[in-house]
Design a protein. Structure first.
Length: 163
């Protein structure tokens, strides 16, 4: 059995090395800059506050009006343990999420997989944006995330228009 006190001692040991704080600060700064740059480039999109998370995921919503009007949103998500960026189509609440999944069950989703309604799942559809981000090339990484997010949003609007 793993005890919390043992985990906290390991946490403190890792913090003492200094890498975790620097990496976390770098990720948060990048996400904040990405959010600001997208807000400037797409002023008609709704952008939420940055959710810092519990070192599991960090995200913000980046949603065009066509999806927002249907109580849907797109989140740009950094998954800490996996070390990758994803785009998620989500609902404003669990009811919208479930209804949308039911609407899409028999649709051709092309390269996308439909999420299952279950506890802990917050998405309707997920897509990997960048599998192995290079944080030493921030401008290229931002451009890659932006391009793939816009393509994901366009695909979601087209898929939803068919059902």
């Amino acid at each position: 059995m793993v005890f919390l006190n043992d985990q906290i001692q390991e946490y403190r040991l890792q913090l003492g090395k200094g890498h975790i704080q620097k990496a976390y600060k770098g990720i948060m700064a990048f996400m904040s800059r990405l959010k600001s740059d997208l807000e400037r480039a797409y002023p008609d999109y709704f952008t939420s506050a940055l959710y810092f998370g519990y070192m599991d995921m960090t995200y913000f919503a980046f949603t065009p009006s066509q999806l927002k009007e249907n109580k849907l949103k797109v989140a740009i998500v950094y998954l800490h343990e996996e070390g990758r960026f994803e785009a998620w189509l989500g609902g404003n609440n669990r009811k919208i999420q479930g209804e949308t999944i039911a609407r899409l069950e028999h649709q051709n989703l092309s390269k996308y997989n439909l999420s299952q309604v279950q506890p802990g799942v917050d998405s309707i559809i997920e897509s990997i944006l960048v599998e192995q981000p290079n944080f030493d090339q921030l401008e290229a990484l931002k451009a890659q995330i932006e391009d793939k997010t816009i393509a994901f949003i366009d695909d979601m609007i087209a898929i939803l228009a068919e059902c």
